[in-house]
Design a protein around this ligand. Structure first.
Ligand SMILES: *[C@@H]1O[C@H](CO)[C@@H](O)[C@H](O)[C@H]1NC(C)=O
Ligand SMILES: *[C@@H]1O[C@H](CO)[C@@H](O)[C@H](O)[C@H]1NC(C)=O
Ligand SMILES: *[C@@H]1O[C@H](CO)[C@@H](O)[C@H](O)[C@H]1NC(C)=O
Ligand SMILES: *[C@@H]1O[C@H](CO)[C@@H](O)[C@H](O)[C@H]1NC(C)=O
Ligand SMILES: *[C@@H]1O[C@H](CO)[C@@H](O)[C@H](O)[C@H]1NC(C)=O
Length: 480
């Protein structure tokens, strides 16, 4: 077997002996590994041949792995099969750590050696790190360490790298700690850090873990006001792709007016895609294909009062659900009769909002002409308000929520052009003239008809006379 290192100076040799002696007096180098993960242990020497040994309690050290003239030999320790040695750096890598792997690891190089105390921590996150908003997270830390036994203080850093203070449910120090964090939010998704610190022996190490809180990315408007005839798209952005959620869940989009109607059913598979399972054939709605960007959408083209109601997107995971709701309120202004207003006529302007109307909402018609204002307000819980208008001008209907204007629609009353007014007058005069003519004609017709009837009567009488007297003089007189 080749010697570690070339002939060293005597000074250095003495120093090394001193250091070796110190190693036994002073605490070993300390390191923390996490169960199921891998750990890399440093050998201080980079010489050709090294032996890594494992020591547990008072039992004499056993060989884990040995590197000799470029060849690797494995020992019979429980971690030998999971160990590798780096030919250059001489680092020992132990994969798939077990809690029983805790103990002292010694890197030997001839008479030179360094040792490391490995503490193995088991980190258990409730629900396997998958949560819904408002869930509590429980973190259990157990560890198996041998001489010297550290007492850890634990600090938690959330996904934004801020320190959070958990409730300590159980503190069976030095072996077991149970921490609880209440009411997770979707923004808590990400990599968290758990710092384990001990003064004696001196240890400070970070262990990372992932937290995934399924939910909606946009904080939704709880109520949305829209003008009739506009096009509205309601969308819900799910965060599951962004947070790397790989578990199955289902979802549903409902529209509730007097009763609930399901517009869309979908599911998300482990490959992180949304798939539509069932789509409603309601003609009122357009439901676009599910997006690659994990968005659930419903489009309402040229909305009407009947589109109003509550739109709910629900996600169901593990027999529990979360919901995001938007209440859509539609507003409309109209005139009766529609069209321009002839001079002297009256029209009714109507402002309506879909029902049921939220209790803190009212409508307000307003016309401003110079400094003069005309206002009409709807009564409590009334869904419409109307004004009678006799002059041209622009009217605004404001939808007020408490004292805030949420939506405002205008209606411009136009004065009928002069020709329409003249036409109206013309028609009235024309109709008068026509009536007069008809009446005159009627009278004339009636008179001539009466005259003709009298003449016919007289003729009949004369004919009778002739038949009786048979004289032609008489007929001659009659014709005059
Ligand atoms: C542990 O992580 C925290 C937060 O990221 C950082 O502030 C601290 O320096 C880290 N400590 C060690 C020993 O890596
Ligand atoms: C959605 O509507 C269906 C009826 O169409 C109903 O069975 C279901 O419970 C509703 N879901 C939600 C989340 O309201
Ligand atoms: C999810 O949706 C797809 C597409 O409709 C369907 O084939 C699949 O069976 C659904 N998965 C489950 C578990 O319901
Ligand atoms: C505005 O008010 C003035 C004075 O009251 C009035 O003469 C005018 O006709 C009004 N304008 C409209 C468009 O009604
Ligand atoms: C009146 O409403 C129309 C559309 O509805 C809008 O384009 C216009 O700007 C409004 N006018 C005023 C003065 O608010």
């Amino acid at each position: 077997m080749e010697l570690c290192g070339t002939a060293a100076s005597s000074v250095r040799a003495v120093f090394m002996v001193l250091q070796l002696g110190l190693t036994h007096i002073m605490a070993h180098q300390q390191q923390i590994g996490v169960e199921g993960k891998e750990v890399i242990l440093n050998c201080k020497r980079h010489d050709k041949d090294v032996i890594w040994k494992y020591k547990y309690d008072a039992v004499s050290p056993a060989t884990i792995i040995q590197l000799s003239t470029g060849k690797v030999f494995k020992g019979r320790t429980p971690m030998s099969d999971r160990s590798e040695i780096n030919q250059n750096s001489k680092h020992l890598k132990v994969s798939n750590l077990r809690i029983s792997d805790a103990g002292t690891y010694i890197c030997e190089c001839g008479s030179d050696s360094n040792s490391i105390s490995l503490h193995v921590v088991k980190l258990t996150i409730s629900s396997n790190g998958h949560f819904l908003p408002d869930d509590d997270l429980e973190l259990t830390l157990t560890h198996n360490s041998h001489n010297p036994q550290p007492r850890f203080s634990i600090t938690l850093f959330n996904s934004h790298n801020s320190i959070v203070t958990p409730d300590i449910l159980q503190n069976e120090a030095p072996q077991k700690y149970v921490l609880k964090l209440k009411q997770l939010k979707t923004t808590d998704s990400g990599t968290w850090m758990c710092n384990m610190h001990s003064d004696s022996p001196s240890i400070s190490q970070n262990i990372s873990f992932n937290v995934k809180v399924l939910g909606f990315e946009n904080t939704h408007l709880e109520r949305m006001y829209a003008a009739a005839d506009s096009t509205v798209t309601l969308s819900w952005h799910l965060n599951f792709q962004k947070i790397g959620w790989k578990k199955f869940f289902t979802g549903q989009l409902n529209w509730t007016q007097s009763k609930a109607v399901t517009l869309l059913d979908f599911n998300a598979t482990a490959d992180g895609q949304l798939r539509e399972t069932k789509k409603s054939s309601q003609a009122l709605f357009e439901i676009p294909e599910m997006q690659r960007d994990s968005t659930v959408k419903v489009k309402l083209p040229k909305i009407q009062l009947r589109h109003s109601g509550e739109y709910t997107c629900q996600l169901l995971y593990n027999r529990r659900y979360i919901q995001s709701k938007t209440e859509l309120v539609v507003m409309q202004v109209s005139a009766n009769p529609p069209g321009p207003l002839p001079k002297g006529a009256e029209m009714t302007l109507l402002c309506r909002v879909s029902s049921p109307i939220p209790s803190n909402v009212h409508l307000l018609w307003e016309r401003v002409n110079g400094t003069q204002t005309d206002i009409k307000k709807s009564k409590q819980s009334e869904t419409e308000v109307e004004v009678k208008v006799t002059a041209a001008g622009m009217w605004n209907c404001h939808l007020m929520e408490d004292n805030n204007m949420k939506l405002s629609l205008n209606y411009t009353v136009e004065e009928a052009p002069v020709w329409i007014s003249y036409t109206v007058i013309g028609v009235i005069i024309g109709a008068g003239v026509l009536m007069f003519v008809l009446v005159c004609l009627g009278i004339m017709f009636g008179m001539s008809w009466q005259r003709r009837r009298q003449r016919a009567k007289r003729m009949a009488r004369a004919r009778q006379h002739l038949l009786e007297k048979k004289t032609c003089q008489c007929q001659h007189r009659m014709n005059k």
